[in-house]
Design a protein around this ligand. Structure first.
Ligand code: ADP
Ligand code: MG
Length: 352
């Protein structure tokens, strides 16, 4: 026996628990932006403004015009497993992005977090937490909505700081996650600014709220995110298979890209980056594209929540379909059909 003392089992305190949870949720600035923007969307925001500095390493600020948080609820928003989004009775039927009540306490454990908010009919208030220590709520100045600000990500854990990539690469990852959420929510306006030099910052991405029906709005947002030329050459997709419904747009093979940078997949409204779905997308274009080209598409798969688990992991955007073969078949056959039809139309037009 190599142990000479009896191990003692103890309950970890909140601060340790939050730091451990943060290890799961917060990998890099883009994961912070994802959590904060999802909170803004859950709050019903119509405009969301994100400001970062130094790739998000020194500053991430998300401002929204959503429902806000009442002063008395601010400490609760920072406590673990506290959420306004579910009551715990039906975990299979979740319509919000968040529901775990883990993001804000985790962020408070890995950086200096300030939450300023004003709910309708209340005064504005703010709460700060840093190094796991929470200050009392105090009055603040804000017209409406919420501002969540995280400074000095990983300042207390140099080992994790070291794993971050260059400011440029982290900024790119932040831009990417905002574009994905902007595609998922075309009726919401998004602005991303880089304030590395101080001041208000330089606009890196901007998408005004779209109007009209869902298809129009999506098409407009597609043009903003992927370019007008892409949008003008995208085929509208609408296909169904065994309870899974796929809508969206897929670009003609002639508008393919040199890298897989224009592939947006959503399951029940959430951006996902799932190997199975990405593989199916590639397979659908196999006969239409040379090997070094990548298809461009924005596809939305919607189904009864019992057919898919979108919450396999808190940070990774994987999904688990009850029948993966059906999901793959839907994408492959739905897109092939649309592409073949388009090719047929094109050749008959040329032929006169
Ligand atoms: P979750 O999103 O899983 O509920 P979070 O830790 O991200 O957990 O947030 C905790 C709670 O704080 C939310 O349930 C919500 O009530 C409140 N909250 C967080 N961000 C916002 C926001 N931008 N606007 C309004 N309420 C918010
Ligand atoms: Mg959340």
């Amino acid at each position: 026996n190599i142990r000479d003392t009896q191990p003692v089992i103890r309950q970890l305190d909140d601060s340790a628990i939050n730091r451990i949870a943060a290890g799961e949720v917060v990998e890099r600035p883009a994961s912070v932006v994802k959590e904060l923007v999802e909170n803004a969307l859950d709050a019903g925001a119509t405009r969301i403004e994100v400001t970062i500095a130094d790739g998000g390493k020194t500053l991430i600020r998300v401002r929204d015009d959503g429902c806000g948080i009442t002063p008395d609820a601010l400490p609760l928003a920072l406590s673990r497993h506290a959420t306004s989004k579910i009551d715990g009775s039906d975990l299979l039927n979740i319509h919000s992005f968040g529901f775990r009540g883990e993001a804000l306490p985790s962020l408070g454990a890995v950086g200096r977090l300030t939450l300023t908010s004003r709910a309708r009919g209340y005064e504005a208030a703010e709460i700060r937490v840093s190094g796991g220590r929470t200050d009392p709520v105090r009055p603040a100045a804000l017209n409406s909505g919420t501002v969540a600000e995280l400074r000095d990500l990983f300042y207390a854990t140099p080992a994790r700081l070291k794993f971050l990539r260059t400011d440029r690469a982290e900024t790119q990852a932040v831009t990417d996650i905002i574009k994905r959420l902007a595609m998922a929510e075309p009726f919401t306006g998004f602005t991303l600014r880089d304030a590395s030099g101080g001041g208000e910052g330089r606009v890196l991405f901007r998408a005004d709220p779209e109007t009209g029906d869902m298809f129009d709005a999506l098409h407009g947002r597609l043009a903003t995110v992927l370019g007008r030329e892409f949008a003008e050459n995208a085929l509208a997709i609408d296909a169904e298979r065994e309870g899974l419904h796929m809508t969206g747009y897929a670009a003609l093979p002639t508008y393919s890209r040199g890298a897989a940078v224009a592939q947006f997949l959503f399951v029940n409204g959430r951006p996902v980056r799932d190997k199975l779905l990405m593989g199916a997308l590639r397979a659908a274009y196999f006969d239409f594209l040379s090997r070094d080209r990548h298809p461009a598409a924005a596809l939305f798969i919607d189904c009864d929540p019992v057919l898919v688990d979108v919450n396999v992991h808190p940070a990774k955007s994987e999904v688990r379909f009850r029948d993966p073969a059906v999901a793959r078949g839907l994408i492959v056959s739905g897109l092939r059909h649309a592409l073949a039809n388009a090719g047929h139309r094109a050749s008959t037009t040329v032929a006169g």
